[in-house]
Design a protein around this ligand. Sequence first.
Ligand code: ADP
Ligand code: MG
Length: 557
Amino acid sequence: MEVKQFQAESKKLLNMMINSIYTHKEIFLRELISNASDAIDKIYYKTLSEDTLVFNKEDYYIKIRVDKENRTLTIRDTGIGMTKDELEENLGVIAKSGSFDFKEGNELKDGHDIIGQFGVGFYSSFMVAQKVTVISKSIGSDEAYKWESEGVEGYSIEPATKGDVGTEITLKLKENSEDENYDEYLEQYRLKAIIKRYSDFIRYPIKMDITGSRPKEGAEGEYEDYTEEQTINSMVPIWRKNKNELTDEDYENFYNEKHYGFDKPIKHIHISVDGAVSYNAILYIPESIPFDYYTKEFKKGLELYSSGVLIMEKCEDLLPDYFSFVKGLVDSDDLTLNISREVLQHDRQLKLIAKNIKNKIKNELINILKNSREEYEKFYKSFGRQLKYGIYSDYGSHKEDIQDLILFYSSKEKKMVTLKEYVERMPEDQKYIYYAAGESIERIDKLPQTEIVAEKGYEILYFTEDVDEFAIRMVSVYEEKEFKSVSSEDLGFETEDSTSTEEKEENKDLFEYMKEVLKDQVKEVKISKRLKNHPVCLTNEGDLTIEMEKTLNAMPT
Ligand code: ADP
Ligand code: MG
């Protein structure tokens, strides 16, 4: 038996691995399974180039086994295996990736699924294991070798016996301590959950012997224990399937499986892009608001996969805030990952994907708005406010993306309309887009200021949410039309002057008296030309409307 020290650098790195690179210990399983999948891929690529070999799909799998008594967890694969030298090179030198070299050597560039690249994933097993034993037999070799290590101190290599080609990795789990429980990695439900979470779309079966109890056939009320080998992962991700093969129901089921929400999404978007950056994505536009949507607790984001392996549960960078309601995932082989494969480098590829996705969502929403108005209004009820916040925030820099997606209640139609619809039917003499702000539709209906505008035959948009007026300020001009509050001093059209100078003189004392009583609450009391059926109304001279002032005053300072 040969006993070797890790290289000095490797020691340091190994310590770092164990203590700080990963935030979740459970990912050790993702890493070992990814390696097993890579090893099978390598055989697959070999069979492509060597006529004597055939790739018989049934022969290739990954098997997870638990031995509770001995507290061991074993991951076995029928992949390419490692020779003695490869065991030394790949496992004895940290940051040495046989998989990366394989990709380079075989010039496998894009479109290929080998996951490994940094040569550190394997060592994550030391986060949970006190001892790691690897027994491997390389393809085309009669000998098997055993590599064993208890961590930082070094490793040993000796000949071993193993029937089939492939690799078997056994982790002797650490003892439980006060704040760490390692026994959980011996529980089938826990292992199943980890596999489902991170490795569901590994293309080879990940098998486990599952024990349970089930109703006995033919014997009413009796149960029997059983053990059966099950494949845990679903293997082919729905987003890599052809759209034509999938039904609406498939997408809905996936939405449920993924626990994106309890509602039925109003739309799914399935994207497959092959280009500067290739990626697949499935996105959903939900119908109802998550309970915490308009709170600080809500976190936006899409799931991010790299070559079918989950990298991030909520990648925020993929969605702009104003589309934060979108659920779904993105899978790309072209991402630049960082070493822990947890967090991403903020790279060009990700930005490209995000931009692309944003446009797809926008177009889809416009589509729904055009073709299924009712559905859109349902959606808008839930998320319209977020869209309007989107225009308001960031100084309106993405108003172009959103302004055609917002709706307001209209005086003319007595229903929700878009800005486009408003502008298209404006009478020729109308200069502005008029709006009235108030607490509710009923309140605005009773506003004296709306009368004169309505009488003129002009449509009025009703702003009933705090954010409305602020958002519209950011839009500022829509199709060359400015917005105007019905309570602004100058309405932009001639109002017939029914008050003469005499009238003003006549009422002077009355106005002065009223101003005295109201004190600072009003700036001035004067005769109005715009009233029809109401005795009095409030107007404002400056830039802010009364409703905006109210909102601003209510804000915490
Ligand atoms: P990476 O996967 O990024 O290359 P790892 O530390 O996970 O880094 O693995 C190091 C290397 O060890 C791999 O590149 C591969 O050459 C080899 N290896 C690890 N696990 C296996 C396995 N199950 N079968 C064959 N080779 C393996
Ligand atoms: Mg790896």
